[in-house]
Design a binder for this molecule. Sequence first.
Ligand code: AVJ
Length: 319
Amino acid sequence: MSTLADHVAHGFAQTPKSLSSKYFYDAAGSRLFQQIMALPEYYPTRTELAIFQTQGPAIVRALQAGAADAPTGQALAVVELGAGDGLKTKILLRELLAQSAAFTYVPVDISPSALEELVASLREELPTLPTEPLAAEYTAALATLAQRPGAKAVLFLGSNIGNFGPADQRDFLQALAAPLTAADRLLVGFDLCKDPRRIRAAYDDAQGITAEFNLNLLRRFNAELGADFQLDAWQHYPDYDPSTGAMRSWLVSRRAQTVRVAALGGQAFDFAAWEAIHTENSFKFTLPQIAALALAAGLRVVEVFQDEAGDFADVVLAR
Ligand code: AVJ
């Protein structure tokens, strides 16, 4: 049984039926996410970009502050989890090069196609930068961190952390921190609580690209698992709970239907009319919540960088 088939069988046995958002990112899904990042409603990417553009030098200094005390001669490893197209990261990489740091960039992404494009663009734009791409899930990145000697700066940008529920956010940060020394730094991007209508709109764009992104999951199951999802019988539905910061995406069954999955021996799954499959968390945070989360994960907040409106925070953490 393939991992994906396994995941679908487990996810559909849950109540409510649930799927992991990590499966969004096949080649088509990665392209759709790039389109999402350019949408007028999707503010997180351009807000974090603006933070890097205006405060890049200070952020990069904060990332190297610990490494300055560490034994010299060893290049800093800049490990990025979920690097994607690297658009924002390139600003930090240019700044690191400008600050003359000897460093290696280790972009990690679940999408091999996205990673290939990133490496090709880096070869063009930053040809002197040593790059060691890793097409893998986060857990493999943790193993790489543990094996690598020398100073490290770990980047976890774009509020990717919001894909985890609160308990998993803490556990994951703790796991990220475990292989780090006191000289190493973590840079984590957090999307902050704001006007709930703006947040919801970011996941319900007028052009329907986010709907396509969500529905692409079912298209992927049809293509890779021989499932027979009828896409027009499903609807993208995002909801935001301002009391918890939980931004959730669902796929809602527009009618009672049965779906069969060839890769699971033709197993049938029944969906009631208007039954919803949970497909993604995109949690939003407050600064006190971030401080409490860092503490619970055994980390300290070194410095917080925000845009002027206070929409997004990039937080430097250390053990
Ligand atoms: C890449 C996980 C940060 O949750 O905001 C965008 C993915 N999903 N629109 C997010 C996403 C729908 C995005 N992250």
